[in-house]
Structures are given as structure tokens and as C-alpha cells.
Design a protein around this ligand. Structure first.
Ligand code: 13P
Ligand code: SF4
Length: 306
């Protein structure tokens, strides 16, 4: 390994020990960050882990909504996001005004909000969901015939397939997954005819319909461990390849498209984490008037997932 990288990794681990901190990393983060994280996971497991730790400081290698969720769930902890500009375009695809308008048009209809959203959107929602539990969350509204699901329209349309309820989708999408096309899949399948296809539910339904497996990042990792196939086309962000290859040395993983890279997920570097720990920046906190209702929506999701 690059000497420079391992020196920085060691410094980060020393600073984490000194500050009684832990490093949480999403599967889309750079490999050298995932390798030294105390815990790496999908959105749901990272939220859960943030509630379970005794650490005083949580360094979040992910994007802003993830650090916000950690702070909402654990307001007594110091949550650091090493890059303030690490956002999520999908989370920004619903405004407070739009959600109010949806609620006005559909009075009394429960709002299920994907965790890839701002704290303010969560605060205006009945419950949150992730791609790992969206069906369970929607079906938990036993008395409701209709639910609103924002901001990701693709996840909403996919979830609608597993419920009798009418699902009103948000207009948002994750560009990393939404831009994957059936033509991309056909091209890669032509090169790898024996490969199976695993995709994330943030993809469009026409891509989902071509897949052998659809699931969250954890779901895709689990599928890769258990499938008998030795070649797997991966329809999610490129960062997941690191763990897929590490865990399954005998299998071959092929990106569904070389452009499935999230710019925001790749912003954080080892240097940013070093700076964050040295200067204790950037502290993410949510004002109480938003935190409390957002906490209720996240807590309800976690209770349903346990
Ligand atoms: P999951 O890890 O929950 O599948 O989420 C994917 C994602 O797009 C996170 O930004
Ligand atoms: Fe947002 Fe998509 Fe990037 Fe996840 S992969 S942070 S949903 S833009």
C-alpha cells in the first residue's frame, strides 16, 4: 500500500482514539476510508449504529443527510462531516413548499420520506424509510389506502409493486442510478453473457425489470455472497466494488456503467478526515424545532425495522 496513505490512516486511528471517536463510512466512500472505518454500512445500518455507540464523537464519511440523521438520533454526540459540501442532489429535490403542496392536495395521506432528504423534510413527514425497508414502512399504514413517498420517485414506483396501496411518488431521483439505461445493461450483458445483474431500487423500473436481484447496498452485498453465479454486473455506485471484491475474491464484478460514480460521496479524502478530527469540524447539528419532529419520523422507522 502507498506509504502516504497508510501514514494518514494510522494518524486518523490515533486521533479517533484520543478523541473517543468512531468513524462511520458508507459503502460508496473511497476504499482507503472504508478500510479504516469502525463500521461501514448502508443508510439504515449507519443510522442504527449511530444510536448504539458510546463514542463521544462520530466522524461521518458519507453525505450531509447521513450526518444529520446521526445528529438527530444522537444529539448528545458531536457529529463531524469532514466536507460541508458533501450533499445529495436527490435530497434537494423536494422543497418545504412542494411537500406542503402535496399534503394540501392529499389531506390526511401519510408521508413516507426516504432518508436521503433534509432534516426539514423529515420533520414534515410521518415516517422515514430506506431502500432496505421501504415496503415494510409503507405497509405499516394498515388503515391507509394511499401514501405519499418522497423524494425518490424511482424508489416509490418500485415500492408500489409490493403494496396494495396507491403510492404517490415524489419527483426526485438519484442521477447516479437514474441515468443507468437498458442500453447500458444490454451492452454490458453482451460482453458478459453469463453474468447476473444486481441493481439498486433507485434505478428506473425498465432497468429493474432486467435485474436478477434488486436491493439496497447491503442487499447487493448479501446477494453477492450467496449467489452461485461467478460474474455479477453491479448496478449501483462504484464504491461498493471495493467490498464486493474483498469479500468475494473468487467472483468477478462488472460495473453496469462506468459513470455510476457519486461526486458527493467521493469528496471526502483521508486529509479531510484528518483536518476534521484535528480541528473538530464541521459539526453537524439540527435546531430543536426541526430535530424533534425529524427524530419522531426516524425513530418510527427504526422501531419498524427492529
Ligand atoms: P443504501 O446504502 O441505503 O442502499 O443507499 C444508497 C444511497 O444512495 C445512499 O446515498
Ligand atoms: Fe445522493 Fe445518489 Fe449520491 Fe446517494 S448516490 S448520495 S442518493 S446522489
Amino acid at each position: 500500500m502507498d506509504k502516504d496513505i497508510s501514514t494518514k490512516q494510522k494518524k486518523i486511528r490515533t486521533l479517533l482514539d484520543e478523541k473517543k471517536g468512531i468513524l462511520l463510512a458508507h459503502y460508496y466512500q473511497r476504499p482507503e476510508i472504508q478500510d479504516i472505518a469502525d463500521f461501514r454500512g448502508d443508510s439504515l445500518s449507519l443510522s442504527i449504529r449511530a444510536t448504539e455507540t458510546d463514542a463521544r464523537v462520530i466522524v461521518f464519511a458519507g453525505v450531509r443527510f447521513m450526518a444529520e440523521s446521526a445528529s438527530i438520533l444522537s444529539p448528545d454526540k458531536t457529529v463531524l462531516l469532514p466536507r460541508l459540501d458533501a450533499g445529495c442532489p436527490l435530497a434537494d429535490m423536494i422543497t418545504g413548499g412542494e411537500l406542503k403542496e402535496l399534503k394540501r392536495l392529499h389531506p390526511g395521506v401519510p408521508v413516507v420520506t426516504y432518508v436521503n432528504s433534509s432534516a426539514a423534510t423529515k420533520a414534515d413527514s410521518d415516517v422515514c424509510c430506506t431502500s432496505a425497508n421501504s415496503v415494510k414502512v409503507v405497509n405499516s399504514f394498515t388503515g391507509a389506502e394511499t401514501v405519499i413517498m418522497v423524494p425518490d420517485g424511482n424508489l416509490a414506483r418500485y415500492t408500489a409493486r409490493f403494496t396494495d396501496k396507491r403510492v404517490i411518488p415524489g419527483r426526485g431521483y438519484c442521477y447516479v442510478h437514474h441515468n443507468l439505461s437498458p442500453d447500458d445493461i444490454r451492452a454490458v450483458k453482451e460482453q458478459h453473457p453469463k453474468a447476473v445483474l444486481a441493481v439498486h431500487p433507485e434505478c428506473t423500473l425498465d432497468v429493474i425489470d432486467m435485474a436478477d436481484f434488486v436491493g439496497s447496498t447491503s442487499g447487493i452485498l448479501q446477494f453477492a455472497r450467496t449467489t452461485e453465479a461467478s460474474e455479477i454486473i453491479v448496478g449501483t455506485e462504484h464504491g461498493i466494488m471495493h467490498l464486493l471484491k474483498k469479500e468475494n475474491p473468487g467472483k468477478t464484478f462488472i460495473p453496469a456503467s462506468p459513470s455510476m460514480v457519486c461526486r458527493d460521496m467521493k469528496l471526502i479524502t483521508l486529509d479531510d478526515i484528518l483536518d476534521a478530527l484535528t480541528e473538530m469540524k464541521h459539526v453537524i447539528s439540527v435546531p430543536d424545532e426541526i430535530r424533534k419532529p425529524a427524530y419522531r419520523a426516524l425513530r418510527k422507522m427504526l422501531d419498524l425495522s427492529s
